[in-house]
Design a protein around this ligand. Structure first.
Ligand code: SAM
Length: 275
């Protein structure tokens, strides 16, 4: 009774490991996010296996069924549509349930878009924070970024084609125009592209050719470094408090005076943190 967490490719099908193939061949059942999608990978690998559907919306309920199956003595592999399961993919509830039931959980490591992008970004990689997808709604996204304004570690974000520019504009407002971002697009695929620019220039680069905005993206964002332009958490809190009572223009002017900062910079920030 073992659950194997098996990484699959993020584009290039050759990025499957020998151990992953052996494991997928040997297990009694493969739990997959999208059984049709995974069926194609298994067909490519000439693996005939029983598939079991486990996705975000049914995971908690299906995890219990899989735990019972594991307890009965069978072995199961969990795969996702791409890369490493649990990394912005289903699997957390299943792994937790298995560990609580003393079921052996074995990793079969392999591709992960976040780590692949970080490995070529040329930004500090000794410490980093994985942030996954930012919220889809503008206000919630901006609030999340404001919380990260003083994060000194390199940050990793996943982003989709249709929100890429909005996210970068928000990063520009909150982190400043100069914040360095490495955009890793379509990793391991035909149109793989890795570029690094200060955020304002990255936005220009994407606008020069709308094809550049299409595909799958990882954004590796330089951590905060102390500079004269810094806006620290206290400043943001003061601005937020004043904004509750005063018009933004006034709140920005008072905050600027307290901290000796530029009114306009705070006004721009206020636009993003406004309720
Ligand atoms: N479990 C996956 C992993 O290990 O990377 C991530 C799954 S998440 C649902 C999908 C997101 O990962 C995409 O929207 C994109 O942000 C990122 N991603 C996946 N494959 C990618 C690739 N080949 N190039 C760039 N980003 C990729």
């Amino acid at each position: 009774m073992t659950l194997y967490i098996v990484a699959t490719p993020i584009g290039n099908l050759d990025d499957i490991t020998l151990r992953a193939i052996e494991t997928l061949k040997s297990v009694d059942l493969i739990a997959a996010e999208d059984t049709r999608h995974s069926g194609l990978l298994l067909q490519h690998l000439a693996i005939k296996a029983k598939l079991f559907s486990l996705h975000d919306h049914n995971e908690q309920q299906k995890a219990q069924i899989l735990v019972e199956k594991l307890k009965s003595g069978i072995s199961i592999a969990l795969i996702s549509d791409a890369g490493t399961p649990l990394i912005n993919d289903p699997g957390y509830h299943l792994v937790k349930a298995c560990r609580e039931n003393n079921i052996n959980v074995v990793p079969i490591p392999g591709a992960c878009a976040a780590i692949a992008a970080l490995s070529v970004a040329g930004l500090p990689s000794d410490k980093f924070s994985y942030e996954g997808f930012l919220p889809a709604k503008t206000k919630a996204r901006q609030d999340s970024l404001v919380k990260l304004v003083n994060q000194s570690r390199t940050m990793i974000f996943y982003e989709s084609t249709h929100r890429l520019l909005d996210t970068l504009h928000d990063m520009q407002t909150v982190f400043g125009h100069e914040r360095m971002i490495v955009l890793a697009k379509e990793l391991t695929k035909t149109w793989e592209t890795i570029v690094s620019y200060p955020v304002a220039e990255l936005i220009n680069w994407l606008n020069e050719d709308t094809n550049r905005q299409k595909g799958e993206f990882v954004l590796i964002v330089e951590g905060h470094t102390k500079s004269d332009e810094d806006i620290d958490a206290n400043v943001i809190n003061t601005l937020k408090l004043l904004q509750k009572e005063l018009p933004l223009k006034k709140a920005a002017a008072i905050t600027a005076e307290i901290y000796g900062l530029k009114k306009n910079q705070l006004y721009q920030l206020g636009l993003t943190v406004e309720n």
